[in-house]
Structure formats: structure tokens, C-alpha cells
Design a binder for this molecule. Sequence first.
Ligand SMILES: Nc1nc2c(c(=O)[nH]1)N[C@H]1C(S)=C(S)[C@@H](COP(=O)(O)OP(=O)(O)OC[C@H]3O[C@@H](n4cnc5c(N)ncnc54)[C@H](O)[C@@H]3O)O[C@H]1N2
Ligand code: MOO
Length: 416
Amino acid sequence: MSAANDPDWARALQTLRHATREDASGLAHGAGAALATARGAASSTDVALEDAPGRVLARDVRALCPVPHYASSAMDGYAVNGPGPWRLVNAEDPARDTLPSAASDLALAPGTGVVVVTGGVIPEGTTTVVRDEYALRRGDAVELAPEAPRSELAGRHVRPTGTECAAGEILLEAGAVVSPAHAAFAAVAGVDALPVRTAPRVALVLTGSEVVTEGLPGPGRVRDAFGMSLPHVVTGMGAVVGEIRRVADDAATLRDAVRAVSATHDLVVTTGGTARSRADLVRPLLERDARLLVDQLDMQPGHPAVLAAADDAAVLALPGNPLGAVVALLVLGGAFVTGFLGRPPAAPRRAVAGAEISGGRAERLVPARLEDGAWYPCRAVGSNMLRGLSAADGLLSVPRGGLHAGQPTTALPLPW
Ligand SMILES: Nc1nc2c(c(=O)[nH]1)N[C@H]1C(S)=C(S)[C@@H](COP(=O)(O)OP(=O)(O)OC[C@H]3O[C@@H](n4cnc5c(N)ncnc54)[C@H](O)[C@@H]3O)O[C@H]1N2
Ligand code: MOO
């Protein structure tokens, strides 16, 4: 972060003041995407298939060979040419017969056959595979057993090349979260590594001279509620936590800390100091040294949050009240991370209120429990409280007019 306050990477982004949650999270998503674009090659990396599940694909992935890559037998038996009987051309070498590759260099003339195992190569000239149960064999002579259905001669038990996909076909699309099945499919298509998006690195700068990190706090002191929780929230959103610094309420110390971590991270998350009193130092720092993107939201709690673009990184200033901080982190930080990873914005989750819930001056996000398909507000959901969040399954969106029992709305999932 420097004194320049119009960073290149954020030039196409607007500034929203008192934004709705939807508009603010849309802009935060755009900011994440813009910063990842500015990072260029550093925004993706190749990882071994074993390490790919859970990561987001940076590019489409194409098959390097057809799948299956050779025509193979679906049964143990005999690959044969014609209606039979057949003379086996590889009968002298029982050890070799059991190798799937045994017949790969053979071509069958009419009236001949080879022993094949399941998954074994089907030689050229094969018209069908006769499974062991339907074959009578004496020495190198094989014929169809009398009880065998005639259909056994009709090109049975052969898995042709390329039935799942052709070479060059797109197997996996950019933006997908790699699943174990994706990684396995890529492997059988000859792929050794997958291009995945680099997760954003997030630094935490926790402010507040009144904050203590252990023991019983005296009056006017508060136990830190962030050091043990926010790193896990950040990880749950799909980002990587880097440095965590604590700073006292001193403007120069705060500025130096934010500058230092913004040089080595993609997102700097600060806590506290977002209000407008003389004691609140984060807002004046961002107003001077960065460009504000989201300047407060029409949302309760968390309304004083600020998202800003500094030269090297984005900065998300969370309010000091513990519930307000988590809500703002989920709404703005979650959208930023999703955008940085090249994922579409999360779709709203439909929810139904189980009870009457009063509205507020703006949209409320209320810690709530899901019971029998309906959402009920938790107790103790003030922005300075944690009891409600501790018991919640998600955050229920309550519009200004409030909700009545049975009324549809949406809920935000919690990343834990
Ligand atoms: N005149 C006004 N006062 C306040 C307003 C307002 O609009 N006008 N908004 C209120 C709301 S809402 C919030 S949220 C807070 C925002 O305050 P800040 O972001 O400046 O946060 P602080 O003042 O530094 O702290 C608020 C509160 O949170 C406690 N805190 C801070 N850090 C921690 C921590 N690590 N663990 C636990 N608790 C923490 C801090 O001690 C304060 O009690 O402003 C309201 N006021
Ligand atoms: O926005 Mo504040 O977070 O209500 O407490």
C-alpha cells in the first residue's frame, strides 16, 4: 500500500456507498476476479492429480488419449474371428496368455482365436469375444458350447476405443471444483497434472489496544474473539491464511502493518476501527492510502465494513463487534475469494422462516437454526454477541419489513 490511491487493478471497478448486500458482494466478487487477472500467471499453478481434489480448475482440461485408449475385452475368454470352431494362435504360452497386452501384436485370420483376459487387448480381425463359460476347449481347438446363446457370436464383450471420450475432447471445464472422480477421469485420459487456481493469500491485522489474548479481562478490556476463529473462517471460504498481526491503536503502527502485509498477500483483513470516532484509525488510513470500493452496507450487523483497493492488494476492514465482523467477512470476504478463484458467485440458498422475525432499518442477517425444513432465530444475536452464532446453522436474511412464519427468504451458509 502506498500513497497512490487509484490502483491499476481496480480501475474498472465502481465505488458503492451504503450498498445493499447483493450489490456489495457483487462488487467484492468483481474485485477478487480483477485482482486475480492482474496477478497473471501467478493466479494458476499445476498440481499433481493426488493434490487436485478440492481445488478450482484454471483452464479446460482435454483428454490426451481416447478413453478407453484401446479396444479391450469385457470378459475372460477368447477373441475369435468368424463363427467357429477356432484354432488358438497363442495357446502354447499359458503365462503370456494372462497378460492384458498378450494379443496386442496379433491379427486374427478367419477361423482363429486367442485367449483374452478382462481388459486384454482385442486383436485386429476379432468378430466377437466368447466368454469362458460358453467355450469348449481341447488343446488349441475352441468351439462354442452347445448351450451358448447365438448372440455370443454377435460382436459381444468388446469395449471399443473412445466410447467414453475422444482424444482432445474437453473432460473438465474451467471453474469446476475438482472432485475425486474428476482426478480419476483425468488420469485414465493420460493427464498427469491439473491447472488449478491459486487460492488468495489472506493476512489478518487485528487492532484494538483494549484486546487481551488470555485470561479474564478487566473492565474496559475484551478477550480477543478473532485470533482463534477468523483464520478458520478464511480457510473455510477457500483462501490461505498468511501472516496474522496484532497492532495497538496507533496510526503509524497500523499503517506500517497494513503496508507490510499488503506487499505479500492478496487480501488484508483488518478488524476494528471502522467507525468514525477519533479512536477509529482504519477508515482514515484507507480513505487516504487506498480507493474505497464498498463503503458501508445497508445490512445489520456488519454495516460499517469497508472494502478498498490498495496498490498491491485488497483490504477488507471488518467492524470490531464480533458478530458484525464475521457477517461482513462472510458477505464481502467470501465473495472476494470466490471471484479470485474464478468461481461464479454463490447462488442464494432458499429458506423459509419458521417464526415471525422482526425487521430492522436495513436487511438483517440473523444467526438461525434449521429445524424440520424451517429456520428459527437463535437467541443472543446482537452484533457484539457470539452465543447466537455458536448455535446457528446459517444466517437468515430478514428484509426490512420482517418475516412471518412460512415466508420464503434466503440463508447464507456458514463455512464450518
Ligand atoms: N456513533 C456511532 N457509534 C457506533 C456506530 C455508529 O454507526 N455510530 N456503529 C456501531 C457498530 S454497528 C459497530 S459494528 C461498531 C464498529 O466499530 P469499529 O469497527 O470501529 O470497532 P471498534 O470500535 O474497534 O470495536 C467495536 C467493539 O468490538 C470490540 N472488539 C474489537 N476487537 C475485538 C476482538 N479482537 N475481539 C473481541 N472484541 C473486539 C471492541 O472492544 C468494541 O467493544 O461501532 C459501533 N459504534
Ligand atoms: O455493524 Mo455493527 O457490526 O452492527 O455491530
